[in-house]
Ligand binder design. Structure first.
Ligand code: ZN
Length: 313
């Protein structure tokens, strides 16, 4: 089952004199349209309430973010400028910033949580958003304002969860917020010379694997497989949250790895196949991946996972 809502997108088109944001504000909608076309499904095959009470969800975020930080997101444009690396945003009216960036990421958090609930119940779910793994308890970074993965993992209580973070960047926010919880384990494979630099919160990552820049298919897939098997065997999770970042692809503007489209498909397939074989529920989120030419193939790989995981009756 897929989770998606129009609220996922960042409606930058409504701005005059808009700053140049390095992400496609309609990335999620593009993937949604591709998935519908590839699988021949309709809007009815997607779950998600579009009528979201954002104030209520913002209050819920007090479980993972500090009150000071959540208040700042209501009042201070600087936080948005810092998080998205766009100085121009600091001059933008705060109400517009909330609608453009905060509300979509709250919708992503809700979608990630609902996907985990659905996966536990029915075996698998895919949210066509989420993966904002850099959001720290007190600060948003790296396009991540609200940490949907930490929110979902914590809200599930004492379930034994393995977070498989295959985005090209280290999930510093997830590690900080939930890495110390006894029932939550993290396997994170990332480019060691990328943001976030430094060692902060690395000690909370149970299986932290560092790759050199421009690591390509053969080495990437063999290392990914080794630690996937090891972490799953040791943890025996009741749920896997798979952060399926596609910024590992050759030519991505911020990932700096060198994995091909076929390599991405093989990685995703490996995870889906393993969950199917071992009967482990899995919730999948998109995370990073910014090269527009790849959106169709990335959607193809996600659709491929859905085909593998869909039970045949
Ligand atoms: Zn990334």
């Amino acid at each position: 089952m897929f989770f998606y809502s129009e609220n996922y997108n960042y409606p930058l088109h409504k701005w005059d004199g808009q700053p140049k944001i390095t992400i496609n504000p309609y990335r999620y909608q593009v993937v949604f349209e591709h998935i519908k076309a590839i699988l021949g499904i309709s809007i009815n095959d997607f779950l998600m309430d579009t009528n979201i009470d954002f104030n209520e969800i913002l209050l819920e975020m007090g479980s993972i973010h500090s009150k000071e930080y959540l208040d700042a997101l209501q009042e201070d444009a600087y936080y948005y400028a810092y998080c998205f690396g766009e100085f121009e945003l600091s001059k933008t009216p705060i109400g517009l910033l909330r609608k453009t960036f905060l509300y979509p990421q709250l919708a992503h958090a809700l979608g990630t949580y609902e996907a985990t609930r659905y996966a536990i119940d029915k075996g698998f779910a895919i949210s066509l958003g989420g993966g904002h793994h850099h959001a720290l308890r007190d600060l948003g970074e790296g396009f991540s304002l609200i940490n949907d993965i930490a929110f979902a993992a914590q809200k599930l209580g004492d379930k034994k969860i393995l977070i498989v973070d295959a985005d090209a960047h280290r999930g510093n926010g997830v590690a900080q917020i939930v890495g110390q919880l006894k029932n939550i384990f993290i396997y994170d494979l990332y480019n060691c010379e990328n943001y976030p630099t430094g060692d902060e919160y690395k000690e909370f990552i149970d299986y932290g694997v560092e790759l050199l820049p421009l690591t390509a298919d053969k080495e990437y897939l063999s290392i990914f497989k080794k630690y996937l098997n090891e972490s799953v065997d040791e943890v025996s999770p009741e749920l896997i949250i798979y952060n399926a970042g596609s910024d590992i692809l050759h030519g991505d503007s911020v990932g700096y790895l060198d994995v091909s489209l076929d390599g991405l498909r093989q990685r995703d397939e490996m995870v889906a196949q393993m969950c199917k074989n071992k009967n482990i529920p899995i919730a999948i989120v998109l995370s990073g991946g910014y090269k527009q030419e790849y959106f169709f193939e990335v959607s193809n790989s996600i659709a491929n996972m859905a085909k593998i995981l869909t039970p045949i009756h």
